[in-house]
Design a protein around this ligand. Sequence first.
Ligand code: KQY
Length: 364
Amino acid sequence: MRIIRNTTPFGDGFRMPAEYEPHEGCIMIFPERADSWQYGGYAARKAFVQVAEAIGESERVTVCAGAAQYDNARAMLPAHIRVVEMSGNDAWARDYAPTFVKNDTGVIRGIDWGFNAWGGLYDGLYFPWDKDNQMARKLCDLLEKDVYDRRDFILEGGSIHVDGEGTCMVTESCLLSRGRNPELSKQEIEEILRNYLNVSVILWLPWGIYNDETNGHVDNICAFTAPGEVVLAWTEDKEDTQYAMSKACLDYLEQAVDARGRRLRIHKLPLPKPVTVTKEECGGLDACGDQPARVPGERLAASYVNYYIANKSVVMPGFGDPADREAREILQKLFPDRKIVQIYTRDILIGGGNIHCITQQIPL
Ligand code: KQY
């Protein structure tokens, strides 16, 4: 593996493909952290295995497991899923596995962004995060990809979406948060995104999902389903704090123009009714530092937008809510050539994210 420090993907003719372009595979990390996952991850592991199996039907899945969980991961996952022992601090592959870029001859390289647990000592979610921060480089070594070193710039994979045709979508609440790159202006952040993702237009949605502890990752509120088309997490309940947040995003998107000069087709994807964590669930979580990891009644950032587009399927969350079916039907219409697989993911949601947050595609 070569560590590239003096050039950029843009300068070298590499771009980040959209998630709906073909994949070589997918990276996941086995959960075990006891202040993220109830009872040390017992239930979350079962949900992660279902996600890995669903994705594994149409692409090669690599699951990284810590030493303590290696045997269990190997036993729980089918033989065609690769399991490698790799230390980490938690299980959010989207956020600290590499972002992959590709050139016209099909060469793939990784980008190693800096990771500080969603806000470092300012408003980050745990400490330390050093092993997470090493993962991108370890994975590029394992997968035999050269890697761009951009560890000086804090960015999580869940905070960016691209359409593969020159447009990137982010949220202001996340990328301009004080815990990430406070020394950089919005223009300077745009410049880095342009040079590393090879995009020409950055769409800045104002907000993510209410109470999303990532400062509002874009991958929970809005996603491209095709060039020029997005789904937006939506509620009709004007009393819900989320309404104003989704409406502000809608207003922004309605006037936006993408890199090809298109107005966007915006599909509203309903949200489930507010999902809150129970006293029993909180009882299964270790404290995070000297604070409870979650408190009973706390609202979780549940959203159907947090799906993964695999080669032949879309693997989406379910919450046991009446909106599960409507959301599934909307995605099926938007992805007519892919099977929609809905997995009940409450045990992933309790950790603070969902299917998109625990997966990272490797383009083909
Ligand atoms: O990408 C994500 N949604 C990660 C959330 C991290 C939560 C840590 N408890």
